[in-house]
Design a protein around this ligand. Structure first.
Ligand SMILES: Cc1cc2nc3c(=O)[nH]c(=O)nc-3n(C[C@H](O)[C@H](O)[C@H](O)COP(=O)(O)O)c2cc1C
Length: 225
């Protein structure tokens, strides 16, 4: 069994999966562990749609891609990325994106391949199980705490998954089309999609799954006093 440090440092986002859903009992164990994530006032502000139904996943993907093809940039409950990118975050974003394209030999100007790679998000990278994490809109009306709680919950899902040999990819791409997801799922009006997490058995032969973007040094991100 990996140590906690190993589990944290060895996790990386996988973007190619074998066509096999995560067994229901394993999903339950992952979600049970993730449910122990701390939250302010023990609010547990997450509401998860754990979907392994192929048709529904296809319907969600089709609806998002159709929306994008209509020129709609987003249809979302929350704005995930900065509205104005500043450095050093802009530089890190560019380096991370370019690193992936360069590994996959995709030319910077090859917009078609880059678009296809982005659309892969909405084909769930071939995985057959996706957790869509919502919160109650009341929790994020003028407050941000539930977003912190649900972010910690995301990491708990991904770490717990590793115990069962399950890899994952967190998705802010679905955040941008949260209202489209909500419409397909016909979720209650009080729910807002925050993000999704693709879960499955990574294709270990896929080159894309070797990508591991670097992190900044402690000096760059920590102030010891
Ligand atoms: C909230 C969040 C949203 C993300 N959205 C996407 C996404 O939509 N598509 C994707 O391929 N990766 C997505 N990622 C993965 C990041 O690109 C990845 O975590 C980062 O580059 C670090 O790489 P690693 O996860 O392999 O360590 C997201 C990560 C987080 C935490």
């Amino acid at each position: 069994m990996p140590s906690i440090i190993d589990a944290i440092t060895n996790r990386s986002s996988k973007r190619a999966y074998l066509p096999k859903a995560v067994e229901k009992d394993i999903q339950e164990k992952i979600l049970h562990a993730a449910g122990m994530t701390p939250s302010g006032a023990n609010m547990q502000p997450w509401k998860v749609y754990a979907i392994s139904d192929e048709k529904i996943l296809k319907d969600i993907g089709d609806a998002i891609i159709a929306t994008m093809n209509n020129g709609v940039e987003n249809d979302q409950f929350i704005q995930y990325y900065p509205v104005k990118w500043t450095n050093p975050y802009k530089k890190r974003r560019v380096e991370t994106g370019m690193g992936l394209y360069s590994l996959m030999n995709v030319d910077r100007k090859d917009t078609q391949t880059r678009t296809n790679m982005w659309h892969d998000n909405f084909r769930w990278f071939g995985a057959k199980t996706v957790f869509f994490v919502f919160t109650d809109v009341a929790n994020i009306d003028g407050a941000q705490g539930a977003l912190i709680d649900c972010g910690a919950y995301m990491q708990s899902i991904m770490l717990a998954a590793q115990e069962f040999g399950i890899d994952s990819c967190p998705q802010g791409s679905t955040t941008e089309f949260g209202k489209v997801v909500a419409k397909v799922l016909d979720t209650p009006d009080n729910l807002a999609l925050l993000y999704s997490v693709v879960l499955g058995y990574a294709d270990n032969d896929a080159k894309i799954n070797t990508y591991q973007p670097k992190r900044v040094s402690l000096e760059e991100s920590i102030v010891f006093i």
